[in-house]
Design a protein around this ligand. Structure first.
Ligand SMILES: [Zn+2]
Length: 409
């Protein structure tokens, strides 16, 4: 054996090793307002250099695929298990959302019990171009390239231009799916973005599935008129109707356990203090454990919209702007993780449904995939206040290591 890689302990996966790896990464893009590592920026490039140096220390081969995902691969023939997450952040994000999965991947690689490829996916957050899970979608062959590459940031820079500036050729992205054959499967360790594990008193949890999601765009058309002189019987107030629609959307969802509805954005016209609103656009985000519940909710919302439309004399259209059926994680991988967790902690780790999107959920459509969440006492994420105990994260990495090395041959 050569010199011990600084930080990681071969054979042992410790909080100290994770802390050492994070310390180097935390020289990049962290200020008083949190972490700023948007995709395809100078900070992103610095993260890439950090990733490459970690790979080098561990004797792994560094490579960047055509979508800009970073790989640190064993020198033994593949396919390997992939471990990782992402290094980009939202604006003013936290230290652990993403990096936790990457450093725990390197820690498992260093332990040497199972050959793993460590991956950092490009632009998971989509904070700059509204292109979330860009890299994993490209790898899974699920990225709409024409749409994604033309998206532009606040300065008018397109994704294609930003990628070119980092030395990638956007024309080559269509070849990214060729890389997925390197993987037997993929496991992502990620900070819990709720207090679910903290409330359960469990350091880690195993994600059974990602929730189904649906985004509805509602349009309400009434008539602009004088706020003072228009009698109630003659009003066609689109904003008053929108208020009822918001309440209906929430109330219909209320009896369904595990369903969340958020009326997240509203635009009213003419948006003038003394004019009845003639037109309102309303965006509604709905998530649930299974897509059938979302379908039932939408049917009921349609019926409620008809009643509101006739009562307030407005026209209401509901359009499904996007939907994702959610993803069920691999049963054999989950069973292996559950067994490893029981062996290491003497108790079973809770299974939970995750309501956010993640790279592992995208890959789950192509290869066996799983996620392990790490307890977050405050449940805060996408904020400088994001926090975990690295002891919990090291346990998550040890569970992954043991599951892959001992329970999945
Ligand atoms: Zn994340």
């Amino acid at each position: 054996m050569g010199e011990e890689p600084q930080g990681y302990d071969s054979g042992a996966i410790t909080a100290r090793a994770l802390a050492a790896a994070l310390r180097d990464l935390e020289q990049i893009g962290i200020g008083p307002e949190g972490v700023n590592r948007l995709a395809w920026t100078a900070e992103d490039a610095a993260c890439r250099r950090w990733f490459e140096s970690q790979a080098g220390r561990l004797g792994l081969d560094f490579a960047r695929d055509p979508a800009g995902n970073l790989w640190a691969c064993p020198r033994t023939p593949g396919p390997w298990w992939g471990l990782g997450s992402h290094l980009d952040s939202v604006r003013g994000g936290g230290r652990f959302d993403g990096p936790l999965g990457v450093v725990s991947g390197f820690a498992v690689a260093a332990a040497g019990n199972v050959p793993v490829a460590v991956i950092s996916f490009a632009d998971e957050e989509g904070a700059r171009f509204n292109t979330p899970t860009f890299g994993s979608k490209a790898l899974a062959g699920k990225l709409d390239l024409d749409v994604a590459l033309r998206r532009s940031d606040e300065d008018g820079v397109t994704v294609a231009q930003a990628m070119r500036e980092t030395g990638l050729d956007p024309e080559q992205i269509a070849r990214a799916p060729e890389w997925i054959s390197r993987l037997r499967g993929f496991v992502e360790v990620h900070i819990d973005q709720t207090t679910e594990l903290a409330r359960a008193g469990s350091p880690i949890g195993i994600v059974s599935s990602l929730a189904s999601r649906m985004r509805i765009e509602a349009e309400l058309r009434g008539a602009a008129d004088h706020a003072g002189t228009t009698p109630p019987a003659e009003r066609r107030d689109a904003l008053a109707a929108a208020a009822r629609l918001i309440i209906a959307a929430e109330e219909i969802a209320e009896p369904t356990d595990g369903m969340t509805v958020t009326c997240s954005r509203i635009v009213a016209e003419p948006n003038a203090p003394t004019t009845i609103a003639s037109r309102v656009k309303l965006w509604i985000d709905a998530r649930s454990r299974c897509s059938g519940e979302l379908d039932s909710w939408l049917v009921a919302l349609g019926a409620a919209a008809e009643l509101i439309a006739s009562r307030w004399r407005v026209e209401i259209t509901l359009q499904t702007a996007s939907r994702s059926a959610g993803s069920e994680f691999s049963a054999p991988l989950r069973a292996a993780l559950a067994r490893a967790s029981e062996e290491l902690t003497g108790r079973s780790a809770p299974e939970l449904v995750c309501y956010a999107g993640h790279d592992a959920g995208v890959l789950a459509e192509r290869v066996p995939a799983a996620m392990v969440l790490v307890r977050n006492a405050q449940g805060i994420s996408h904020s400088p206040k994001e926090a975990v105990e690295l002891e919990d994260a090291a346990l998550a990495a040890r569970v992954v290591d043991r599951a892959l090395a001992q329970h999945l041959d």
